[in-house]
Design a protein around this ligand. Structure first.
Ligand SMILES: [Zn+2]
Length: 401
């Protein structure tokens, strides 16, 4: 293989031209076996190179849920539930290279062209109105970024507060918080079940309303905070209130890889990545770029995707059968189905879309989570005993006495 071409890929590889949809690409690219090439030179740069999304082995539900949430901002995010070491954080962080572009305002007040298009010229500030009239841009295209909420964040870090460095009488006395910086971005909260309730409530309220207000003494400010929320949690470390669980659009149970070949492949890829993260990522770079373009294109198409009454009726029937009360059940089911159709380059939702996304959209909508969780734990105990006893048969106690 030509070394130069690996580092600066010039042409789209064969793989990309043969797929007709993002779904297909996801399946094909994920199945590609890594070509371990230790001869390539490490750049030595200390920049953080995320593990490539397309190099994640298996875990199709987790990957699909993350991609759908990138395609459709109306999905209300994703919650990944599973034990440690199942690649939840790695998967979320690997989205960095797939994030689509959004318009970001160049103005202090956050004016955007789309506000003029929907609300007329008075919808923006006078300076921007003038710029618009002259044909100057009010915004530029920028990559969505991944904002991570550190576990030790205080409420002030999250919503913002007084800026100790600001001059008196300045309108910038309030400091932006993480939620404001997450506007039009992806907000990742690892171990969401370990955050304090006040912070979780602030995040969920901001996510639901797309904005939030901070008051400090006589000052107040309302910040935009339109973000896609991704949470992950290990249920062994503490549970999440059911009402919080319900507010995540998609819920995915992440288990360890089941078959030995997959586990070996995952091990080898992790090893190759650790050996040289750049060289490893470079192998996936062309596919990653094509995948990112597909995501962008599908995202732009999402508003054209239609859901017929016929399909909607079947979705509602499913929700009725499952006795789900939350209205979020159908919102998420239908929005996820639309995203799934867009990923497949279709403008009509079909029954297959509903079938594929239903488990992610409808799981854990009932408060029976805890009961189920306890039941799972006792069956696991049984399993453990069985496996241990098979390999290490219990000693005959009578003999030892
Ligand atoms: Zn403006």
């Amino acid at each position: 293989m030509d070394e130069k071409e690996i580092k600066i890929p010039q042409s789209e590889p064969e793989l990309i031209t043969k797929v007709g949809s993002l779904q297909e690409l996801l399946e094909k690219a994920s199945g590609v076996r890594a070509v371990l090439d230790y001869d390539q030179e490490d750049s030595g740069l200390a920049e953080n190179v995320p593990f490539p999304f397309l190099a994640l082995v298996g875990q199709n539900q987790m990957k699909l849920s993350l991609v759908l949430s990138l395609l459709n901002p109306n999905l209300d995010g994703v919650l990944l539930i599973g034990p440690r070491g199942t690649g939840k954080s790695t998967a979320v962080r690997s989205l960095i290279n797939l994030l689509p572009d959004v318009r970001r305002s160049l103005c202090y007040y956050g004016c955007l062209e789309e506000e003029i298009e929907s609300g007329g010229i008075d919808a923006v500030c006078p300076v921007c109105a003038k710029k618009y009239g002259q044909g100057d841009p009010l915004s530029r295209l920028e990559n969505v970024s991944l904002v991570e909420l550190p576990l030790n964040s205080t409420l002030e870090d999250v919503v913002g507060g007084l800026d100790p460095q600001a001059k008196a009488n300045s309108r910038r006395q309030l400091k932006r918080g993480i939620l404001s910086r997450a506007d039009r971005n992806l907000l990742y909260v690892d171990e969401v079940n370990l955050l304090n309730d006040q912070i979780v409530d602030a995040i969920l309220d901001a996510a639901a309303q797309g904005q939030y207000t901070v008051r400090r003494g006589s000052m107040s400010a309302t910040y935009r905070s339109n973000f896609t929320l991704i949470g992950s949690m290990n249920p062994e470390e503490g549970h999440l209130r059911p009402q919080i669980m319900d507010r995540f659009g998609l819920r995915v149970l992440v288990k360890g890889l089941e078959n030995k070949e997959d586990r070996l492949e995952a091990y080898q890829r992790t090893r190759a990545y650790k050996e040289s993260n750049r060289a490893f990522s470079a192998q996936y770079a062309p596919a990653t770029r094509a995948f990112k373009d597909e995501i962008q294109a599908s995202r732009e198409q999402i508003n054209q995707v239609e859901l017929s009454d016929e399909i909607a009726q079947i979705g509602l029937e499913l929700i009725e059968d499952l006795e789900l009360d939350s209205l979020r059940a159908e919102i998420t089911l239908f929005e996820a189905a639309r995203a799934h159709a867009a990923a497949d380059a279709r403008e009509q939702v079909n029954l297959e879309d509903i079938r594929v996304v239903a488990p992610m959209a409808l799981r854990l909508r009932r408060s029976s989570f805890i009961e189920q969780y306890i039941a799972d734990q006792s069956s696991e105990t049984e399993l453990l005993e069985k496996a241990i006893n098979k390999l290490i048969p219990p000693q005959d106690l009578d003999q030892e006495d």
